[in-house]
Design a protein around this ligand. Structure first.
Ligand code: ADP
Length: 489
């Protein structure tokens, strides 16, 4: 599992603080120990000097006198003062404080030699198992003459206690600091990441179909502002690319439609001529069928681009029964071995775009014929009741498997084993039909049984004639008329 940036930041900041505290603690306790030890050494030096001064006066020959000096100085013992030992130049004990075990303070031969040369040896010693003392050993001289060796020792309890206090202080204060730092770091990272989250939320709302939107972040921290500006610039480029692609499709579809329509017209004229033998006529009819399919395909492409461009419908009363009749006339001979017939034909008017509605019916009926094998029938009916107008296209074709029904309205989806490539489909017919139905406030319902046939029902809200705006039922897809796709075939 990967941690969010917010948690990472929080943990990093807290971790850095803990590391800093640990380093500070070790440096501080090291420095404190060194200072306190040096103070203790100074203290021991002072004591040793006092003892030495007295020994100089009394001499070291008389052991009882030396013991007296020792006892006088080490009254408090290790508990409240210091203890001391006096040795001769060989390191042999002359006198020692009563409270101590002299063996624990014994000197090695090497140490005695170093002391006799004038070195002062300070070292820590653990006595009686658990008590720690600092021992200062040094020689005592009378002019040029060596008097002996004295060892002065003091407990290091004060140092340990101070260091223990420091540790406790660090644990308590550090613990609180870590908790506070954790909370502050979490709050800070949340606060500084909020603008990014806001940008991400806006970005998530921008869909491919709506590339005109921009994040337009203002007054954000500079990094977020840069991210937002970069994102906006990318949207701008994408929008331009999409627009170019749409315009390209529009132009290509439009450019193709004109010669195709002319071709269709010419073939129709040829078909009218008398004296055509049967074979020629059949050939011409096949050509006419294919050309009309090409025209429908280019018209679908045109509408696809219009749908993407957010085309607004121009609503006028459309007599759907007439539209159905026209579709029937266009498609009835398209596949000679599939019979297209008209079923129930109520009179019905809907508010909408005539060309689009015609394309809608054409696409559905065309599919019915396309996916119905030889000998089958496609029935086109129109029903009207108070609320709705229904165009019902029933076929006896291959049917749509239930799991595919939700997919067939998606763009470029082609069902069947080999897709519908063989039948010239591009997988956009139903997507366009669905868009047109929805744009008119309606929908397309599908009932289908594999191997038996399908029923596609276009449901459109019925038009109340008096509300419809008057005017010629001309297409308004393009006010210039340059891309008038009227007469879709
Ligand atoms: P196509 O250009 O492939 O016909 P459509 O969008 O018109 O594209 O249809 C999508 C898919 O839906 C088709 O490929 C086909 O599998 C399935 N389909 C559409 N209409 C029918 C029908 N009447 N009978 C069986 N399958 C159909």
């Amino acid at each position: 599992m990967s941690l969010s940036v917010r948690w990472r930041l929080t943990l990093w900041i807290t971790g850095a603080l803990v590391a800093a505290l640990v380093i500070i603690f070790f440096v501080l306790s090291f420095a404190l120990r060194a200072t306190l030890t040096s103070d203790l050494d100074d203290d021991l030096t002072g004591n040793a000097e006092q003892v030495a001064a007295l020994l100089l006066i009394r001499g070291v020959e008389n052991q009882t006198a030396v013991q007296e000096v020792v006892d006088r100085f080490s009254v408090g013992g290790l508990r409240s003062g210091f203890v001391l030992l006096v040795r001769d130049e060989d390191g042999s004990l002359i006198a020692a404080s009563e409270s101590i075990e002299p063996d624990e303070f014994s000197l090695t031969g090497g140490e005695v030699d170093r002391l006799l040369e004038g070195e002062v040896i300070n070292r820590n010693l653990d006595i009686r198992g658990d008590e720690s003392v600092r021992v200062r050993s040094s020689r005592v001289m009378v002019g040029e003459e060596l008097l002996g060796i004295i060892q002065v020792a003091e407990s290091t309890d004060a140092i340990s206690t101070t260091l223990d206090r420091l540790r406790t202080l660090f644990l308590v204060v550090g613990g609180v600091a870590v908790v506070v730092a954790f909370a502050v770091a979490y709050w800070l990272s949340r606060r500084s990441l909020r603008p990014i989250e806001e940008v991400a939320a806006v970005a998530a709302r921008i869909e491919a179909s709506d590339l005109t939107r921009r994040l337009e972040a203002r007054g954000q921290p500079s990094e977020v502002q840069r991210l937002s500006d970069t994102f906006d610039a990318m949207l701008e480029r994408l929008d331009r690319a999409f627009q170019q692609q749409r315009n390209f499709v529009l132009d290509v579809a439009h450019e193709l439609r004109t010669p195709l329509t002319a071709l269709q017209g010419n073939i129709d004229v040829l078909l009218m001529s008398e004296g055509l033998d049967r074979e020629r006529r059949a050939q011409l009819e096949r050509m006419s069928g294919e050309t009309s399919r090409l025209i429908r395909l280019t018209t679908n492409l045109l509408y696809l681009a219009l749908a993407d461009a957010g085309h607004e419908l121009d609503r006028r009363p459309v007599e759907l029964d007439v539209v159905c009749l026209e579709v029937y006339q266009i498609l009835r001979d398209i596949k000679p071995d599939v019979k297209l017939r008209l079923g129930n034909e109520d009179q019905a008017t809907v508010a909408g775009d005539r060309d689009l509605l015609k394309q809608l019916v054409l696409n559905i009926v065309d599919n019915g014929i396309k996916y119905t094998p030889a000998g089958g029938t496609v029935t086109l009916s129109l029903f009207r009741d108070e609320a709705a107008v229904r165009v019902v296209v029933e076929d006896t074709g291959r049917g749509v498997p239930p799991e595919e029904i939700s997919l067939i309205f998606q763009r470029f989806h082609r069902g069947g084993e080999a897709g519908s490539r063989g039948s010239g489909g591009a997988g956009i017919g139903l997507a366009i039909a669905d868009w047109i139905a929805r744009a008119h406030g309606g929908e397309i319902q599908v009932e289908s049984e594999v191997g038996k046939g399908s029923t596609f029902t276009i449901v459109l809200p019925a038009e109340r004639i008096e509300e419809a705006s008057p005017g010629p039922p001309a297409s308004r897809l393009d006010p210039s008329g340059a891309r008038n796709v009227g007469g879709a075939r």
